[in-house]
Design a binder for this molecule. Structure first.
Ligand code: COA
Ligand code: MG
Length: 296
């Protein structure tokens, strides 16, 4: 299993203008941090936010967390400067908002390349427009083009609701078909997929329900807006102790010489296929990555 597996359970947005948040997150157990220059920053504060985020990245202190900068759209007065600043400050990734077509990915990739970014700098895309939902396949398949940087999708459920008129309900019925479609497209092209935010951040029961829902749809993790959401999110999106134990049993069973060329075996009265061994290996690798991160 690839050493490049990274846990992406909890992804916390922080407004780039909020200095306390930029500092506080160094002690929070999140897998990824998104330094936001877009929706959470007012137009008058765009330049200040960019300067503060660059200074925070330069000063470091964020341990093994994956550090992502969400830039403004490249068509806005700030987008190009945001992108340049993020490359220069050596962010791990750039999150591009309102990606709606394959061309948007090509434009962002070209702009990042032109700044001389290392190949390790990842491109993350917000999927949050109705056009993006109609174009999920063409956007996802850009991940297989030579020189692609696309690694991750973050779903923007607030923007989707705003644009389409669909309601943000606790059961998410109005959006579930779009969420599932995105999961299928992401899986088809090996992308990480991260669920949208839960706005009612003081309601932790509702939040837990939505995490469970996202996990059941196949999401890898969830974007967060408040420190109080981190622990339940990490717990729900980590493989459980029981899952890891079962995974290890499955791997050990398929590793036995007598099962070497078998496609299907029986463990504790249940049918287990070779595909289950692949899932098991991935779970164990993710757990190891989670343990490495928590040692940082
Ligand atoms: N990241 C890091 N720290 C955060 C945080 C975040 N997203 N949100 C709050 N905190 C910190 C606060 O700075 C405060 O720290 P302090 O105790 O050192 O002062 C502490 O957590 C408690 O905050 P609280 O008073 O409960 O929240 P609030 O009322 O100040 O802020 C929000 C509520 C929603 C405005 C704020 O959480 C926020 O801005 N979230 C991110 C929004 C965002 O980025 N949106 C764009 C993507 S949808
Ligand atoms: Mg948005």
């Amino acid at each position: 299993m690839s050493a490049s597996i990274r846990p992406r359970r909890s992804i916390l947005y922080m407004p780039g203008v909020n200095l306390r948040a930029l500092e506080k997150v160094k002690k929070l157990p999140v897998d990824c941090v998104v330094f936001d220059l877009e929706d959470s920053v007012a137009p008058d504060e765009k330049n200040l936010a960019r300067e503060q985020v660059v200074a925070a990245l330069d000063n470091g202190g964020y341990g093994g967390r994956e550090l992502i900068v969400r830039i403004n759209e490249l068509s806005t007065p700030w987008g190009a400067d945001d992108l340049k600043a993020a490359v220069k400050a050596k962010a791990d990734g750039i999150l591009v908002p309102k990606v709606s077509t394959a061309k948007d990915i090509a434009t962002a990739t070209k702009a990042i390349d032109e700044e001389g970014a290392p190949s390790s700098l990842a491109l993350w895309a917000m999927i949050e427009t109705s056009l993006a939902i109609l174009n999920v396949k063409e956007i996802a398949e850009t991940a297989k083009l030579p020189g692609s940087r696309l690694s991750t999708w973050a779903l923007g459920t607030n923007d989707l609701a705003k644009e389409t008129g669909a309601h943000l309900t606790q059961d998410r019925m109005p959006m579930v078909s779009w969420l599932s479609l995105c999961v299928a497209a992401a899986r088809a092209y090996d992308l990480t997929i991260i669920d949208g935010v839960y706005n009612d951040f003081r309601n932790l029961d509702g939040f837990r329900q939505e995490c469970e829902h996202g996990k059941s749809l196949g999401m890898d993790g969830k974007t967060l807006i408040h420190p109080g959401q981190i622990e339940p999110c990490n717990e729900i999106f980590s493989p459980s102790a029981e899952e890891i134990e079962t995974a290890k049993e499955i791997i050990a069973a398929f590793d036995k010489p007598e099962n070497n060329d078998k496609g299907v075996i029986s463990i504790n009265g249940k049918m287990v296929e070779r595909l289950h061994a692949e899932i098991a290996r991935r779970q164990v690798a993710i757990m190891a990555a989670i343990e490495r991160l928590s040692e940082d």
